[in-house]
Design a protein around this ligand. Structure first.
Ligand SMILES: Cc1ncc(COP(=O)(O)O)c(C=O)c1O
Length: 409
């Protein structure tokens, strides 16, 4: 692989060095268009909110804002970034987790769509303000993700209100004076199976129907979360978004009719689907070691792309100018942890020191999870548009970090 869009990767490396995150603007836009077209063609009142946690670079957020996407924030500073990128409050959702009083203070009076994580979240919120509109994140009792680390519902999950307690949550909110309601779930990430989405939406709608009918509430929105997957392996099939949208819209409308909900807003909060394949981590080979196994060491490790070490995720790699896959190696970074291994025994072209190795699908949960571990400074981020590229965040410097210390001699 030598190019990202029409730009030669070497030109970017000559300008900004490695490691370096690179994003392809057109892919962000196309991903949004594809998902938005599919859903709005089956259910017009659909609204997509980009999940800021997946990629919070303000210049990336601006791209989504400009094309009409909303934002889904999970912390006060994600909300701050969303506003800085230009999202208006009516296009911002806030879905927290174990929200502290400080978190809630930052959003309680902002008129946002708030998806609360628990009944106790409402108790804390009430002490600050009782907003007009409230929604709870419901754990429908089961979930599914690409693997366990990204499954976010079910009896082992820390997220949301167990559905058996959902009635109490809404009753509490209604009794406290809340007048407008939504409902939310996020059951797992990187799902590639259209039927799963329809199945879980059906379950959420049954839960919503029972509760809201009994409390005489009609929801303004139903937020089904993100979770739309992308292929991370060669040969893996893409999620069929057209089929997903069709199946989801069908069960959604059937349930709206059954429970007398009219046509509430259907909200999606995708992160990975919109940003994943638009990002690349470009690295260089620093050293090749013949140990008990052959290791290829790179100038980026778990400090800059954590997913493989965090939960065993896999990212494909491409070597600049070489595509004969001839030998098995383990790919690692420079961090002093033996979990700093991207992939064990993968087939690679024969590389040399200095070769450029690019990780694919690093646009979601890539840079946002990067750290300064081992005192290595986080890499720059670059945006490619057609045959141009520009810096959208510079490399971190040690002075940036030293600024957080009190004055020292
Ligand atoms: C509440 C919520 N919404 C949306 C997302 C985005 O998920 P994905 O990247 O799978 O679309 C997440 C991810 O964990 C989440 O927790």
């Amino acid at each position: 692989m030598q190019k990202i869009s029409s730009v030669d990767i070497k030109d970017i490396v000559n300008e900004y060095g490695t490691p370096c995150y690179v994003y392809d603007k057109a892919k962000f836009q196309n991903n949004y268009k594809k998902l938005n077209d599919a859903f709005t063609s089956h259910y017009e009142n659909t609204k997509i909110h980009f999940s800021v946690k997946a990629n919070s670079n303000i210049n990336v957020l601006k791209i989504f804002n400009e094309i009409g996407c909303g934002a889904d924030c999970s912390s006060p500073y994600e909300y701050y970034y969303a506003k800085k990128a230009g999202f208006t409050k009516d296009r911002i959702l806030y879905t927290g987790n174990y929200e502290s009083p400080e978190d809630l203070k930052a959003v309680a009076n902002e008129g946002l769509m708030l998806n609360l994580d628990d009944i106790t979240s409402f108790e804390r919120l009430k002490k600050i303000n009782v907003p007009e509109l409230v929604s709870f994140r419901i754990n429908p009792g089961y979930g599914r993700g690409g693997f366990e680390g990204i499954t976010t519902a079910g009896t082992e999950a820390k997220f949301g209100v167990p559905y058996e307690k959902a009635f109490d949550a809404y009753k509490l909110a209604k009794d406290a004076g809340v007048r407008r309601f939504g409902i939310h779930m996020m059951t797992g990430s990187n799902n590639l199976e259209p039927y799963f989405f329809a199945e879980i939406v059906d379950k959420l709608m049954m839960i919503a129907g029972d509760i809201f009918n009994e409390l005489d509430i009609v929801p303004e929105y139903v937020d089904i979360g993100g979770g739309f997957g992308i292929p991370y392996y060669d040969g893996e099939e893409e999620l069929n978004v057209e089929a997903t949208a069709e199946k989801v819209a069908k069960v959604f409308v059937e349930n709206c009719d059954k429970y007398g909900f009219g046509r509430p807003k259907l909200i999606l909060e995708p992160g990975r689907y919109l940003a994943g394949n638009a990002g690349y981590l470009v690295t260089s080979v620093t050293a090749i070691k013949e140990s008990y196994k052959k290791f290829v060491g790179l100038d980026a490790g778990m400090n800059f792309l954590l997913r493989p070490a965090l939960y065993g995720a896999f990212h494909r790699v491409r070597v600049y100018g070489k595509d004969d896959y001839v030998e098995k190696v383990s790919l690692c970074g420079q961090i002093c942890e033996n979990s700093d291994i991207f992939a064990k025994n993968i087939l690679m072209p024969k590389v040399e020191e200095g070769d450029i190795v690019t990780f694919l699908d690093a646009g979601a949960y890539g840079y946002v999870m990067a750290s300064n571990y081992n005192n290595r400074m986080r890499p720059p981020e670059v945006l490619v548009e057609d045959d141009n590229f520009k810096l959208i965040r510079r490399k971190e410097t040690v002075e940036d970090i030293l600024r957080t210390y009190p004055e020292m001699d």
